[in-house]
Design a binder for this molecule. Sequence first.
Ligand code: ADP
Ligand code: ADP
Length: 228
Amino acid sequence: EPVLVLEGVCKTYGEGALAVEVLHDIDLRLQAGEFAALIGPSGSGKSTLLNLIGLLDRPSRGRLVIAGHDTGALPEAELTRLRGRALGFVFQHHHLINAFSALENVMMPLLVERGRQDAAMRATAARLLAQVGLGDRLDARPDRLSGGQQQRVAIARALTMGPPLVLADEPTGNLDTQTSDAVFSLLREVNRAQGTSFLIVTHDPRLAARCDRIIELVDGRIVADHPA
Ligand code: ADP
Ligand code: ADP
């Protein structure tokens, strides 16, 4: 069963005489458990595509289905709910809140949804932090952690709501080679352990080669889509 379906998706920026179509007729399907890289030169449309799939922007044309929900029909509030439940996000920068502990950062998505803390929430966050190798740093502030550890907390936070699909935009872009390899291995472990699908934007051919599938975008079109 696919976690993601795009059919004939186009995206145009601007209007009238200034309109420019930057994504053309994108067809893409991601099955549950797939671990895919999205590659392509700068300006090819990777961020635009990720913004559409991440429900931060809407396609100008075509169909986008996330975890069985046809998003075209959904009002803004429903999109926000779907984003919270069906998608996890990992960015190049970790976007953690330094005033909160690692545990509190990981709890945040649950806290936002439920409105108040409880013991089960703390337990979920602690389990996720243990899974990413930070079981002994629950109370650490993000600014006291290394870059690799910060990114591990960000990965744990992306998993808090148990999303079927995680979107990762250059998740190791700020890290040295060794740390980057270890963080990437962690994504792979999560994928294998709980069947979470990943779509990972990367400029690093070494990391793309470690994915199951490589999707290549050039000038707003998918020009290649094959096993790594
Ligand atoms: P890279 O491909 O190296 O990741 P990008 O070319 O995507 O870098 O640029 C970085 C950021 O700038 C992205 O978030 C992208 O959405 C934004 N961006 C790129 N081109 C434009 C543009 N013409 N107008 C507004 N934002 C843009
Ligand atoms: P990538 O992430 O692969 O670098 P982007 O999705 O950022 O590519 O950009 C794809 C194309 O869309 C580029 O030509 C970029 O300049 C243009 N673009 C991106 N964001 C905007 C925007 N907000 N307004 C107008 N053009 C944009």
